[in-house]
Design a protein around this ligand. Sequence first.
Ligand SMILES: Cc1cc2nc3c(=O)[nH]c(=O)nc-3n(C[C@H](O)[C@H](O)[C@H](O)COP(=O)(O)O)c2cc1C
Length: 259
Amino acid sequence: MMEKTVLINCSPKQKLSVSGFIMKCEGLMIRGRKEYFQLRTPADRRPILNALKTAGKVIFVAPLYVDSVPSHMLPFMKEMEAFCKENGLRLKVYAIANNGFIEGKQNEPLMRVMENFCVRSGLEWCGGIGIGGGVMLNVERIMIAVMFGLMLLNMGLRAVQGENVLEPVRSFAISLGEVLLLACGIIAYAVRLALHVNKGTNAGKWYTRIMVPSFVFILFADIFFIIFSVFQGGIFRGWFSRLQPDAKYGIIAVKKNNA
Ligand SMILES: Cc1cc2nc3c(=O)[nH]c(=O)nc-3n(C[C@H](O)[C@H](O)[C@H](O)COP(=O)(O)O)c2cc1C
């Protein structure tokens, strides 16, 4: 019987996380029993550890935060280290990292953190992939959904008018091919990784990116962030403001303790 694989989406985002999307796509290619989790809050940790007891492989799918793993992963990794040692687990560990900047190689420090974590926990580090410009995968999946919707609408309208309903399918297929071409490196490495996971072999570390020239990516990223900041932050807001105590981030608590 094939060993169970546990896939963990380590993004703290509740919606539209790139890591969650990659995890689901990778999971489609993994054979045998699979269990999917999201690691977001402390309450998520115990169910994942319990699932690891009966697993043979684990795939961490994480965003790159400040050149490393997101901070909420660290307490989990500490707990997992103790848990694996206590229970004598010898899991095979794979990682898929994605980052905002275009170069996939920027995920290297995260990969090293994962490798060191494995050494320390007595687990088998089996490598993984680092994906640059990961956020574009969100753009791509939204584009595919919109194009698919438009294709159905177009087919409906053509059916009513008695025209060839297959024409929109053809244009959809061409557009889909173009969108997938931008992700061809990611798709190829994801398939390669899945083959290694299925065989339980070491995949090595591979880096890829969305296939858009850097100057185009940077131009669109700048436009996106200017629009985003105008709507989220306002243009002049915060230029001369005092530090606002914010209970959410514990600033009030820090002040009280220091007083
Ligand atoms: C707090 C924070 C720190 C980040 N740090 C980096 C970074 O150091 N380098 C980078 O290329 N992208 C960085 N990013 C961008 C994320 O890695 C990128 O948006 C990623 O696609 C998010 O994946 P997710 O949707 O699965 O959370 C950061 C994002 C946030 C919110």
